[in-house]
Design a binder for this molecule. Sequence first.
Ligand code: TYM
Length: 336
Amino acid sequence: MKRIFSGMQPTNRLTLGNYLGALKNWVKMQDEADTQCIYCVVDLHAITVSQDTAGIKTATREVAAAYIAAGVDPKKSIIFAQSAVTAHSQLGWILGCMTPLGWLNRMTQFKDKAGKDKEKASLGLYGYPALMAADILLYQTTHVPVGDDQKQHVELTRDIATSFNIHIAKKDFFTIPEPVIMGDATRVMSLRDGTAKMSKSAESDMSRINLTDDADLIVQKIKKAKTDAGVVPSNEGEYEGRPEAKNLITIYAALADTSKEKVMGEYGGQQFSAFKNALSDLCVDKLSPMTTRMRELMADVGEIDRILADSADKAAAIAEPVMSDVMDVMGFWKRP
Ligand code: TYM
């Protein structure tokens, strides 16, 4: 049986990058045969950068609402908040104790997020990948669907699991998970700079499309998206060295579930203004049903809370026996 685990941080609003790079693929995976999907809202990871104690619960519900609005079905998949299953923190600590600094120092996300003043970054931000490894390994996960930027963390998880199996458990204790980077939109770029990732934490809101943006705002953001002086490329060779053009084509193809070649076949040689109109229509068409459903779910959080509670029980039922076995392997004293 395949077991899928993935998660998103409840920091700011989810973007089109989160949707195309991960969420859209999660929805597809829940219909595969012999597959159990577990989708987590990683609130413990969210506090590695700032501690928004007033807003985090709403942000957690909003991310859960986005999962459901995008098509994750709570009857098929587990949707829960990371902090509600305490084994994540427990295993995160244990794995942190066996993750060498040398491995953590290779992580590019820490370098990006810590910025210039590393002295101000928290221990939590540095140890973030060990907690992510705990998330994945607690469920004996076989596959982890993520965008390109998280691949390095899943590879580190494989190293941590292998090392635990060899040196601590001395048997195949943890399943070694595979990263799954699906589709063409594995790295959606900023609308203002085709060389930077579209990110929910970037300063300019015009750089991203949020899953909560209304139609007018989406149209405005795409209209203002940076392009170059040329026309829409007609083939791959023509978009090399033109990151903004490549990004818009990639977004269009992913939203329309088609290939970049087909998109360029249709729009190649046209002015960007015409292509942007078509892209805006497509984007509004795909996102507005999701935005409406998210709003409905957020208007009465009772349903979301019921789903999160029910799913947390299901998640704990899988994670707790694994955690109990970890305690035995570690030689820890357990409450009888
Ligand atoms: P996060 O919250 O930054 O992003 C959630 C998912 O969205 C993908 N993504 C993108 N994909 C394509 N283009 C983009 N511009 C883009 N921006 C974000 C990310 O790759 C990710 O798949 N550490 C993780 C959360 C996490 C996790 C886990 C994931 C914690 N524990 C266990 C998998 C398994 C993170 O911060 O994702």
